[in-house]
Design a protein around this ligand. Structure first.
Ligand code: DGL
Length: 283
């Protein structure tokens, strides 16, 4: 009986915040969240083996993300942040409807990153907004739809940049060839003189310096990770029933379906300090 009680207690308190992305990108969100909210336990899952998702059909992305969400809940995550614009665009509502409907899961949550970004952008600017993202995100027109809901007169230019995620997943993004491709994509965006640019793909902050340099001083480049971190902080303040169940600890777990060595090297290069161990997993 005692053992049973310990077991139950463990699962009641072992409730961490999980981030899911197709690959490395979601870490740019997690890093900002961790900076602002360092006292929770975090789990990161990157499906590097099957990345990029951005060239898949919406149905394929739904299937892949369903498996990931089921896997993360089974690991003890109670709050899953879909740290990927591509997955949010095609599957967020579907995942919420499928996994959060039953009454016995009321303290589980699946949150996306597009809504806070759109709300932030809409209140921040009056001029033109530029959005860059994967082919799936741009074709979904989710940013156009959501921004227009807030401001029907919003002026928007968007551009799919499908080659960038593969370059980042390959750790080639610092090479001159990658910078040349980025510049080519941004050239047409820049001719519209946007007031802000939304890098609507969580991989793009790996090329943040180049994006800022090519866009120039007149365009504000948003930091989606920072926006999501502030929005999550606010969410947890408004939802004590969720917050009080989250485990407070300095543990960070990293899991990838790809190469664990490459994963830790890549994140260390991106400034991560706490990566003790990366586990290769299958889901
Ligand atoms: N990081 C993902 C996003 O925010 C895209 C990655 C992919 O294409 O797999 O859209």
């Amino acid at each position: 009986l005692c053992q049973q009680q310990n077991f139950t207690a463990y699962f009641q308190t072992n409730q961490m915040i999980a981030f899911f992305d197709s690959g490395y990108g979601g870490y740019t969100i997690m890093a900002e969240v961790e900076k602002l909210l360092p006292d929770y336990e975090y789990l990161y899952l990157g499906d590097n083996f099957r990345a990029p998702y951005g060239n898949h059909s919406p149905d394929r992305i739904k299937d892949l993300s369903e498996s990931a969400v089921e896997y993360l809940f089974a690991q003890g995550a109670t709050l899953i942040i879909i740290a990927c614009n591509t997955i949010c665009a095609s599957s967020l509502r579907h995942l919420q409807e499928k996994y959060l409907r039953e009454p016995n899961v009321k303290n589980r949550k699946i949150l996306g990153i597009i809504t806070p970004t759109v709300e932030y952008a809409a209140q921040k600017v009056r001029g033109k907004i530029a959005v860059i993202g994967t082919r799936a995100t741009i074709e979904s027109q989710v940013y156009d739809i959501e921004l227009t809901k807030i401001d029907p007169k919003v002026s928007l230019v968007s551009k799919a940049c499908p080659l960038l995620v593969p370059l980042i997943e390959e750790n080639w993004h610092k090479k001159p060839e990658a910078k040349m491709i980025l510049k080519k994509y941004l050239h047409s965006v820049k001719t519209h003189n946007p007031e802000i640019l939304i890098p609507a793909c969580t991989h793009y902050p790996f090329m943040d310096k180049d994006i800022r340099r090519f866009m120039g001083k007149k365009t504000i480049v948003l930091n989606q990770g920072e926006i999501v971190a502030n929005s999550l902080k606010n969410y947890l303040q408004r939802h004590p029933e969720i917050e009080s169940n989250l485990k407070k600890s300095s543990i960070r777990n990293f899991q990838t379906t790809g190469d664990a060595e490459k994963f830790s090297e890549m994140l260390r290069n991106a400034g991560a300090k706490h990566i003790l161990q990366v586990e290769k997993v299958v889901f």
